[in-house]
Design a protein around this ligand. Structure first.
Ligand SMILES: [Zn+2]
Length: 111
């Protein structure tokens, strides 16, 4: 994955790389490579140590409350087309019947 991301500040597409930094020529924002949701430096593993990648399908291994709602994503729910991101909740996804949510990779299993 060597795609240069959009600028997180102004969404510019003219971002270029310089050493370990992404640089946005439009707003001057600079940030380290590998911190804005690109999968280049990400190493996300499921609960069993399988490496996950963008576009993978996973299954929940635990009932998860959906933040801000009374919904629960049930154990065994299949989640398609995940997207890896940086952070505590390192999987972005959309679950049928629930919508977009963020998951922790430790609560999923690669399908
Ligand atoms: Zn910018």
């Amino acid at each position: 994955m060597s795609d240069t991301p959009l600028c997180p500040q102004c969404n510019s597409t003219f971002v270029y790389d310089d050493g370990n930094l992404h640089i946005c020529p439009e707003c001057g924002h600079e940030w380290p490579i590998g911190t804005t949701g690109e999968t280049g430096g990400l190493n996300v593993r499921d609960a069993f140590g399988n490496e996950l990648a963008d576009g993978d399908s996973v299954t929940l291994i635990k009932d998860l409350k959906v933040k801000g709602t009374s919904s629960v994503a049930k154990i065994g729910t299949k989640v398609r087309n995940i997207r890896l991101v940086e952070g505590d909740h390192n999987i972005d996804c959309k679950i049928d019947g629930i919508g977009a949510m963020a998951l922790k990779s430790e609560f999923v299993k690669k399908a």
